[in-house]
Design a protein around this ligand. Sequence first.
Ligand code: M6R
Length: 361
Amino acid sequence: DMGGHDTYMHKEIHEQADAVDRVLRGRIDDRFSTVHLGGLNLDAREARQIRRVKILGCGTSYHAGMIGAQMIEELARIPADAEPASEFRYRNAVVDPDTLYIAVSQSGETYDVLAAVQELKRKGARVLGVVNVVGSAIAREADGGIYVHAGPEVCVVSTKCFTNTTVAFALLALHLGRTRDLSVRDGKRIIEGLRKLPAQIAEMLEQEEEIKKLAQEYAEAHSMLFIGRVRGYPVAREASLKLKEVSYIHAEAYPASELKHGPLALIEPALPTVAIVPDDDLLEKNRAAMEEIKARSGKILAVAHQHQEKADQTIVVPKNEDELDPILMGIPLQLLAYHTALALGRDIDKPRNLAKSVTVE
Ligand code: M6R
């Protein structure tokens, strides 16, 4: 049942305010400015002993994991990174007892992720799952974890589950942070930010008509570049994946900081750039990158917290706490991918060559 929407992708994009409400529900503890995560199976002493966090997932779940790793580093000050599970499982990685491994998967059935979990468990590592489908293979195999409660996601292209997974990581980062050295004041600040998310998502979705017009324009492009730095970079990666999956337009994501090391050579009027420009301490650096692109007659669409003069167009996203900004910045880019695909007449819910879950090698 599409509930009045023409595609599941559209329906699922519009379900995100409710979905985020669900992942937050019952988990916030105002008394200690932290969150309770019932299924984690990680006591405070164990949480304090973690020396590293390694997050594993594929596709969109990997991108959500990249955002999660940044949140964990920022809020819990534990070194963290994300890696495609599909690479990790083939490289005889050093498995370290002080590392917390986290497997991320919407379906909970992705074979590359499951195989990585099984290999880690065989070597005695502790593995948590950040999973949507309750009781799925990865959820069962993990030592504990967080359900992201996005609800059923039917469209092959993941949208609401991506958003909910990033929120689940914010909860985990806050929990680990408050078990370690994050102050009460910062805990409160993050909780306030989390509580604002559902209303801000609804506010974001109200801009659909304008984004649709932009998409009709960008549907003519043969290729697009997505740039961002630090918090903006995983958002650029995910936006680029979304666009290519559903519209079949070639897209590439690059850290804005790497432009001058090569990709600037590509810039010309026919290659539009989408720049992710959060209003954080890297704002000036991002403006300088946009200037470099403008100087080479490149067209720019900025996704930012305030109107960007250097860009040809700006989609303005509601501002949250810096650490939580990536959660909202992905949403207009889901709409951009959706409307680009619609303008091109693509099979939105079932893009060619793709399956909802990849349960084979
Ligand atoms: O079910 P999972 O989250 O484990 O799936 C991982 C990827 O196959 C998945 O995210 C894929 O990239 C989607 N088509 C993204 O839209």
